[in-house]
Design a protein around this ligand. Structure first.
Ligand code: ASP
Length: 442
């Protein structure tokens, strides 16, 4: 039985002395939290700047303008943290040393990586844990993270270790150059470490309880999702709901390690668990979540005996490709072929060009255009398990007088996508939520 967790703390958790103290308490509260990964200090309030943003600014100054004014602000942020915590080393000395190294290396990646480096040094000291530099563990090939090499290196290096703090967001190339991941990449570092040490769980601590079943701006006080699959999260994130960096899933999903998204500011909440395969006992409601996107255009092409035209759909899609128009869904029926396209791809005269070219090349009977359409994805791994669920879904929508413009069954049985008019978007989400969740609450 694996007995350790990898716990990654994001920028808001590391923002100031007070939040760092909460992080310390959380780690000390569970002795299974043996591998800690951290972000650089984030925003302390809405108008604040993240340390990483300051460091990008500093890199620009140092590399292009031969100055370093922003370093004083970075220094102030870390001095402030150090003043309120009892560190066993001199923050001033460490900052001087880091500044000298920045001048020596003088690359954007090295300079911005120092936020995570300093954050990890502080936390390791407070916990009495060993600090391990990410450049010992994460390997880059050019500017891309090499997952296989990183896994092997980290696994070997961490084999006999425990109670360690590792900075997220960066690693090194075979030439010894420090490279950073894309923004928010400390999530990915944590996932690589979790796989390398075969963690029981990969905890991802932010300032949110986890994933909510719906956008709380649309549905009042929605439930937290207790458990979902990676596949369900992919669909929900694609439709706009996200807490984690999208590359986080690959390393942990591969190893079957669950991710547990949790809130540093509400540690008594168990958060959301994300599994490769969700244990059956964890399914509270038929649906897992509802997410959606507005402002799509539906182009409906009708042609008598369409099936007798060879490759009709391919020809229409190649017109889209030539116009650089990405098609989200293409539901079709007898003698009809429709395309759901994000309206932003049809700006200027693109829509007109598309319709004209379809008319010219395909000689359809009609081309109808419906604008201001929203897509709603109803996600649930058990949705298709019972045929009455579909009946419930459609009666909930019909009873609310919502016209369904399009239906697309995700063929993997995880989700169903419906298209409704933008004005019906919020009503539709509430209708589905009321039917499947409010109706089932105990
Ligand atoms: N500090 C980096 C950023 O702000 C990486 C991270 O926090 O994940 O993007």
């Amino acid at each position: 039985m694996k007995k350790h967790k990898v716990s990654k703390f994001g920028g808001t958790s590391m923002a100031n002395a007070e939040t760092i103290q909460k992080v310390v308490d959380i780690i000390k509260g569970d002795e299974e939290r043996k591998f800690i990964v951290v972000s650089a200090p984030g925003k302390r309030h809405d108008d604040d700047l993240k340390v990483t943003d300051l460091l990008y600014q500093l890199a620009d100054e140092m590399i292009h303008h031969d100055k370093s004014d922003t370093f004083a602000i970075v220094r102030q942020r870390f001095d402030h943290i150090a003043d309120e915590l009892h560190l066993s080393f001199s923050m001033d000395q460490l900052l001087n040393q880091v500044f000298e190294e920045m001048k020596e290396h003088l690359t954007v990646d090295f300079i911005v990586s120092r936020g995570e480096y300093l954050s990890a040094r502080i936390l390791a000291d407070l916990l009495g844990f060993e600090f391990i530099d990410a450049s010992e563990l994460l390997r880059f090939r050019g500017s891309k993270l090499d997952y296989t090499a990183s896994h092997k290196t980290a696994r070997k290096f961490l084999k006999e270790k425990e109670n360690v703090v590792i900075p997220g967001f960066y690693g090194i190339t075979s030439r010894g150059e420090v490279k950073t991941l894309t923004r928010g990449g400390a999530d990915v570092s944590g996932a690589v470490i979790a796989r390398a040490v075969s963690a029981k769980t990969y905890e991802n601590w932010t300032d949110r309880d986890g994933f909510l079943m719906c956008d709380p701006r649309i549905v009042e006080d929605p439930h937290l999702i207790d458990a979902m699959s990676y596949r369900e999260l992919r669909v929900l994130s694609f439709m706009g709901a996200s807490v984690l960096h999208s590359d986080t899933f690959y390393p942990v999903a591969k190893a079957g390690i669950p991710i547990n998204a949790r809130n540093t500011f509400n540690p008594s909440c168990k958060g959301t668990f994300i599994y490769d395969v969700v244990p059956a006992s964890k399914s509270k409601f038929v649906i897992t979540g509802i997410a959606g996107l507005n402002d799509f255009t539906l182009v409906i092409i009708e042609k008598h005996l369409m099936d007798e035209v060879a490759n009709f759909d391919r020809k229409v899609l190649s017109i889209c490709e030539k116009l650089d128009i990405h098609v989200e869904h293409f539901p079709s029926g007898t003698d009809t072929f429709s395309m759901m396209i994000e309206s932003k791809h049809l700006k200027d005269d693109k829509l007109e060009q598309l319709v004209n070219q379809i008319k010219k090349t395909m000689k359809p009977d009609t081309v109808e255009v419906l604008e201001n359409i929203s897509l709603i994805s109803i996600v649930g791994r058990n949705l298709m398990a019972n045929k009455y669920n579909m009946l419930k879904l459609f009666s909930a929508l019909v009873n609310t007088n919502i016209i369904i413009r399009m239906i697309d069954y995700g063929s993997n049985g995880t989700n169903i996508v419906i298209g409704v008019d933008d004005i019906d978007y919020e009503y539709a989400i509430n209708a589905v939520y009321n039917e499947f969740v409010r109706g089932e609450e105990d």
